[in-house]
Ligand binder design. Structure first.
Ligand code: IFM
Length: 472
């Protein structure tokens, strides 16, 4: 069911397991601001955003949501949404301003306070250790192209688990390594803005090695739940032609399998030399062995599907994807395709064993309508979330080991190369004043969480009796 005009009191999706984890997600550079406060160093995103022409609206994350100063207010918002978990990332540059070497205690203290406040509020922290903001000092040493990068990352992770590991149990090593390698090292659309296929592959290899090295550190530190978060996007051939069918298969290997086959199966997809041509480099057997140690949970970031065509004259790779013409899209131009989430969840179960899964990101940017009586009536976001939760519930019924769901994002924030123009938040942010306002989707999500574990019989005409009682 699609509800293009879903209001805040629209039906929620019931019947989730009672221990299902409900959360919201953010990342450091997108919300924190104050990049050099309390001794922090610069990251590749500070440098990239300050280079004219890189960000669509000419902005940067210098202020963002000012979360570095307003974090307590944001924890209160999480509480009022009723989430049980919050996924955020730690900025490597606050902890190790030069990327390696001396620890900046004042930077660690920020995350100490945040974790303490979350726990005091009854919210479980899920920490992402790398969400794209590599210390600039390390980029000057080659960044992810340098084979030492895996060790740099492991050293930083050792500091984090040493300082926060008595309270944080859930860790994601990397967020969306494919985006780092492709958009950061091939397309130049994201930091560090490189455009080189050989470098793309080197970065991918070093990211896989970094995941393995960080996993070993976290395992040695005790009883932790460790995984990584990957963006997964169904790749459907545009036509029945063998060229398009092959293009879709190669795109699937490149986007969806490039990181997961090494991590779960200890090998590269057979297609990878075809995808990369001369630029192909494989990991050694020992590196694959280190990277493929078991993880406890896999984070799935799902937004869209791609319809793929053969593109022999493309700038780099022999395929090109985009939305199916005529289908609804979000403000990102991404096709709204909830069935693709179910497809991805099934594919993960069938390909990599029934590893525990969490949807670590799902959500949509829309051009939100103006507030009505104090609330942004973002009906399209409610419909988007509803429809993706419906297929998630269905996948659980079909045997997928799905344990949780995090909306992207808690707040409207700095959407990378698009600046502040694309709003994903359950909570709207006025970037002039920093004021926050829960949107209708945030109110809807609150009702969704309050009643999700209930069987259908506990609902009254689709509206949850328990949620209504709470609102009184
Ligand atoms: O904002 C990003 C996030 O940082 C990573 N996943 C996709 C989101 C929307 O583009």
């Amino acid at each position: 069911m699609s509800k293009q005009d879903a209001p805040a009191d629209a039906a929620t999706v019931d019947g989730f397991p009672p221990d299902f984890v409900w959360g919201a997600a953010t990342s450091a550079y997108q919300i924190e601001g104050s990049p050099t406060a309390d001794g922090a160093g610069l990251s590749i995103w500070d440098a990239f955003a300050r280079t004219p022409g890189n960000i669509g609206d000419g902005t940067s994350g210098d202020v963002a949501c000012d979360h570095y100063r307003r974090w307590r207010e944001d924890v209160t918002l999480l509480k009022s949404l009723g989430v049980g978990a919050y996924r955020f990332s730690t900025a490597w540059t606050r902890v190790l301003p030069d990327g390696t070497g001396a620890v900046n205690d004042a930077g660690v203290a920020f995350y100490d306070r945040l974790v303490d406040e979350l726990l005091a509020t009854g919210i479980t922290p899920y920490v992402t250790l790398y969400h794209w903001d590599l210390p600039l000092a390390l980029d000057m040493r080659g960044g992810w192209l340098n084979p030492d990068s895996a060790n740099w990352f492991a050293d930083y992770v050792a500091v984090m688990v040493d300082r926060l590991g008595d309270r944080v149990r859930h860790w994601f090593t990397l967020n969306e390594p494919w985006v780092v390698s492709d958009l950061g090292h091939l397309r130049g659309a994201m930091a560090p803005g490189r455009r080189d296929l050989h470098g793309t592959r080197s970065a991918a290899n070093n990211l896989i090695r970094a995941h393995g090295a960080a996993l070993a550190v976290l395992r040695a530190a005790g009883d932790h739940q460790v995984g990584l978060a990957v963006n997964l996007t169904p790749q459907h051939a545009a036509t029945d032609s063998s060229a398009d069918q092959t293009a879709a298969r190669l795109a699937h290997s490149y986007i969806n399998r490039q990181f997961l086959d090494p991590i779960f199966l200890g090998r590269h997809p057979d297609d990878m030399p075809t995808v990369y041509g001369d630029a192909w480099q494989s990991l050694s057997d020992a590196e694959l062995e280190a990277a493929s140690q078991p993880i406890d949970l896999l984070g799935v970031n799902y937004y869209l599907r791609d319809v793929v065509r053969h593109a022999p004259d493309g700038p780099a790779l022999p395929f090109r994807g985009g939305p199916l013409p005529g289908r609804p899209t979000t403000a990102m131009g991404w096709e709204i395709y909830p069935d693709g989430l179910r497809e991805i969840l099934h594919w993960l179960r069938d390909s990599y064993g029934n590893v525990p899964l969490m949807i670590t990101e799902n959500g949509a940017a829309f051009d939100d309508p103006p507030p009505v009586q104090g609330s942004v009536p973002d009906a399209r976001r409610i419909a988007y979330l509803h429809d993706h939760l419906s297929v998630s519930r269905q996948a659980i019924d079909e045997g997928v080991n799905l344990r949780g769901y995090f909306v992207w994002s808690l707040l409207d924030n700095f959407e990378w190369q698009f600046g502040y123009a694309k709003r994903f938040g359950l909570v709207g942010v006025d970037f002039e004043t920093g004021d926050r306002r829960i949107k209708a989707s945030g109110q809807w999500y609150r009702r969704q969480i309050a009643g999700a574990g209930l069987p259908a019989a506990a609902t009254v005409n689709g509206d949850l009796a328990i949620a209504e009682q709470e609102q009184v």
